[in-house]
Design a binder for this molecule. Structure first.
Ligand code: FCB
Length: 401
């Protein structure tokens, strides 16, 4: 059966400033890479200077939308100093997208913070909210007439987990108490930013959300299934739905932005269970060790129906495959999405992570997620064949299920 996506469906890919732009030397990640001797992002894809070329590529791949983030540390490189030059840069970026008939979906915070902000105590301090709001106001002043889609935070729980519990991302803290404080401030910053953005649009439409990382939590079936099942349920409730429930209740979501990559096998353990990575799971694993599970996208989308909100898949993708496998990943996930659409989920968009190969945080440049391959020695771009298949799907605006 052929499933048609809505006529105004947003088709595109996602990128983020720190991962692609290059030379973001005022960011907390820039200092972190040095401190931890990680592979540095350096010039990355040099997207900051090559954005026009990259948007032409997106255009040639049939995109009618692109999700991108603004680098807070460029716009506010020092406490209290707002850079008109960098604001102008992002105006140019958005205008170029508009010229190419690509709808910008703007992320305001994609994991990175200005270094000065972190030195002031970052998200652990109540003042963080004021600093963030001031940044949001300045951005709105120049971009609100040019954009309607806003994602205030990318994957807040992933950020909190890696930065405040595992301590493998800046600020490198390992404390549940700090994690809760930071999360509380981020959620408050989210709600207040939502109000500021909404108010500034007055009667004009604006669509505001977060990009929520969603996982399917599957109880490990090898031992103790009953107990594992309870922990899988608990993890899903807390990790997938807690924040969404909270924001939906407060009417602070205009749509649901969903990043979906994989599933996790869960086994019982105090206090929230733990991920089961035992050898008995032989399901398709990608090179990072994520369990690929296309059916999971359908499951998640169906569980979002109860919120009665439009849904946009703001990220989906995988690294390290050959062309046929990339294509298979894309088509099986789109198949799941189309099935959910057909069964009443108000799906409005799909974004592949990512337009270009780029810097994958603590993993450096090892993993290639791009529709477009990048040669990092000379920044040459080369379209991967499966991107052509994606383009065909976009043109048909439909898939067979
Ligand atoms: C997501 C992040 C994105 C990228 C992909 C692979 O969790 O939002 O920045 O790293 O994973």
């Amino acid at each position: 059966m052929k499933i048609h996506f809505p006529a105004s469906f947003l088709w595109g890919s996602s990128i983020s400033s720190y991962q692609l732009e290059g030379d973001n030397c005022f960011s907390d990640w820039f200092l972190w890479e040095k401190k931890k001797r990680l592979e540095p992002a350096g010039a990355s894809t040099d997207h900051y200077r090559r954005f026009r070329e990259d948007f032409s590529l997106a255009n040639s791949l049939g995109h009618n939308a692109l999700r991108l983030s603004l680098e807070w540390s460029r716009i506010v490189p020092q406490k209290g100093i707002f850079s008109d030059e960098q604001l102008k840069h992002y105006i140019d970026v958005v205008e170029d997208l508009r010229i190419k008939k690509i709808e910008p979906v703007i992320t305001l915070h994609h994991f990175t913070n200005p270094a000065w902000f972190v030195q002031e105590g970052g998200w652990l301090k109540p003042l963080s909210i004021d600093y963030f709001l001031e940044y949001v106001r300045r951005v709105l002043a120049v971009l609100k007439d040019k954009c309607s889609y806003w994602i205030i935070f990318n994957e807040p729980l992933v950020y909190i987990y890696n930065g405040f519990i595992r301590g493998i991302w800046p600020p490198g803290i390992k404390s549940a108490k700090s994690a809760l404080t930071a999360l509380k401030n981020i959620l408050k910053a989210y709600s207040l930013s939502y109000e500021v953005i909404k108010a500034s649009y007055k009667d004009k439409p604006s669509y505001i959300s977060i990009a929520k990382h969603m996982r399917v939590f599957t109880p490990c079936g090898y031992f103790n299934y009953g107990q594992n099942n309870i922990f899988a349920f608990l993890r899903s409730k807390l990790f997938n739905f807690r924040i969404i429930d909270n924001l939906a209740e407060k009417r602070r979501l205009d749509f649901l932005g969903i990043n979906y990559y994989c599933r996790e096998f869960v086994k019982a353990a105090p206090f929230l269970g733990k991920e089961c990575r035992d050898a008995h799971h032989r399901d398709d694993k990608n090179e990072i060790g994520w369990f690929i599970y296309p059916q999971g996208l359908y499951n998640i989308l169906m569980r979002l129906k109860k919120y009665n909100l439009p849904v946009i898949i703001t990220e989906n993708g995988t690294p390290g495959l050959n062309n046929e496998q990339y294509h298979d990943f894309l088509s099986t996930h789109l198949n799941s999405a189309a099935k959910a659409l057909n069964e009443g989920v108000d799906l409005r968009g799909y974004f592949w992570w990512s337009l270009l190969d780029n810097f994958e945080w603590d993993q450096g440049f090892a993993h290639k997620f791009g529709l477009v391959e990048v040669d990092f020695s000379n920044f040459t771009r080369k379209v991967r064949p499966f991107a052509g298949e994606y383009k065909k799907i976009i043109e048909q605006n439909s898939v067979e299920i």
